[in-house]
Design a protein around this ligand. Structure first.
Ligand code: SF4
Ligand code: SF4
Length: 418
């Protein structure tokens, strides 16, 4: 029997005629897990997504700051206190400044605020304060909103890793480590921190990048963007992506700042559609369910592997969100450790306000509140003969599911073509 092959043009035609079958990665994997084997003739596209801490992020902005002729060279630029790098192209004589900001840059005024928070504030249309110090030492200040600047583009230099590592502190238990991989200094008594959206991750579904390449359309933080190519530190075994999109259409729900014990980090999201062109592509998607995707567990002290689990340990039979029982919050301490350390600021102890919509599902509050006000089934990982609880998740599987659905709807309505 001849193998079925489709082209992108075939799939686009089917999409336009309303005849294409588009599944989200969750729908597809649920079918596979239930024992079904979809074939190439049946499925045309599978939409995939991931959301989590993705440090390799920069934004390139053009900021109109003064009338032309007020100064010549910008020496320092701060936006909401977050330092930016002036340039690369000089425009300052015209009164505006090109600059690049790292998503991992930290505010000079607020140790809990960084580039990720700034980008999210900008996209939310909150006013932001710009301060430019010229080579002559003059300070120029202005408050702007995103719609008042002509150019704002975000670039992922290393996004959407084909899954990641888990971290634990078992070798140097007496030491505690300040790390971007934990919400507080990681101690020997802490559990395991995990990252990666498992079977929903785009590169996990097209690991050889047969369909994901330069120019492939993507949703970057909810906005239509493109894949530029592979990112820094990408290898065939562990690929990641470089992506780009205008910030004007981004959705703050799918990006933001994220507090860790090593300072503020940045959350981003990527959604991609994998066209099912042939059986080889389909079989990869069938093969990689959470149960078959490894997550190496490394020690925080030296990053060397101390064990291995699968993403089924991380994402199957667990709660994607915590439950909050306000009766159990007895306002035990001031400040409340949950309020202090929740990476996205989803809890305010005064008035017991939990913002379910902001919650990222990381699970930190479950171990932080000893009164049991927060609960969630978070899973366990066995290392040697001991089971360790998963106490922190740096990826948001719930929002990844949402993003894959958003991409699916955009394809079905022809808002995006492949
Ligand atoms: S730690 Fe728990 S009980 Fe104590 S104030 Fe915070 S949420 Fe309430
Ligand atoms: S799970 Fe808890 S700590 Fe994590 S974001 Fe939600 S409220 Fe904050």
């Amino acid at each position: 029997m001849e193998a079925t092959c489709k082209t992108l043009a075939d799939i686009n035609k089917k999409l336009q005629k309303g005849q294409a079958l588009v599944l989200t990665a969750k729908e597809f994997k649920d079918l596979v897990r239930a024992g079904n084997r979809p074939c190439v003739e049946e499925v045309d596209v599978v939409t995939c997504a991931t959301m989590g801490v993705m440090s390799g992020t920069i934004a390139c902005l053009n900021i109109p700051i003064t009338e032309p002729g007020k100064f010549c060279v910008a020496k320092e630029v701060y936006i909401n206190g977050v330092p930016a790098h002036p340039g690369p192209a000089p425009n300052e004589r015209l009164g505006n400044v090109d600059c690049i900001i790292h998503g991992t840059a930290h505010s000079v005024y607020d140790h809990n605020y960084g580039g990720g928070h700034l980008f999210s504030d900008m996209v939310s249309r909150r006013p932001f304060d710009v301060e430019v110090i010229s080579d002559a030492g003059a300070k120029h200040k202005k408050t702007l909103t995103l719609d008042e600047i002509p150019f704002a583009r975000l670039q992922g230099t290393r996004h959407a890793f084909k899954n990641y590592n888990g971290f634990v502190n078992i070798k140097q238990k007496e030491r505690s480590y300040s790390t971007i991989f934990y919400f507080k200094n990681m101690q020997g008594t802490d559990g395991i921190s995990v990252a990666g959206c498992g079977e929903l991750n785009p590169l996990q579904n097209d690991p050889e990048m047969q369909t994901i390449r330069m120019g492939t359309v993507a949703l970057v933080n909810g906005a239509t963007g493109i894949v530029i190519g592979t990112g820094t530190r990408s290898t065939p075994k562990k690929p990641n992506l470089s992506l780009s999109a205008d910030m004007f259409n981004m959705d703050p729900r799918y990006m933001g700042g994220f507090k860790t014990s090593a300072g503020p980090e940045i959350l981003n999201s990527t959604a991609l559609a994998i066209p099912v062109l042939n059986d080889q592509i389909l079989q990869k998607m069938v093969k990689y369910t959470d149960e078959n995707i490894s997550i190496p567990i490394v020690d925080i002290s030296d990053r060397l592997m101390v064990g291995e689990a699968t993403y089924a340990d991380v994402w199957q039979n667990v709660d994607l969100r915590v439950k909050f029982n306000r009766e159990k919050c007895i306002e035990c301490t001031i400040p409340c450790p949950v309020e202090l350390l929740c990476p996205v600021g989803a809890y305010i102890a005064a008035g017991k306000k939990w913002f379910a919509d902001i919650c990222f599902g990381c699970g930190a509050c479950v171990s932080l509140c000893s009164c049991g006000a927060f609960s969630a089934k978070m899973g366990k990982i066995k290392l040697g003969d001991r089971e360790y609880p998963i106490t922190f998740r740096q990826s948001d599987r719930k929002r990844a599911i949402e993003l894959a659905e958003i991409f699916k709807q955009k394809l079905l309505s022809s808002e995006i073509i492949l």
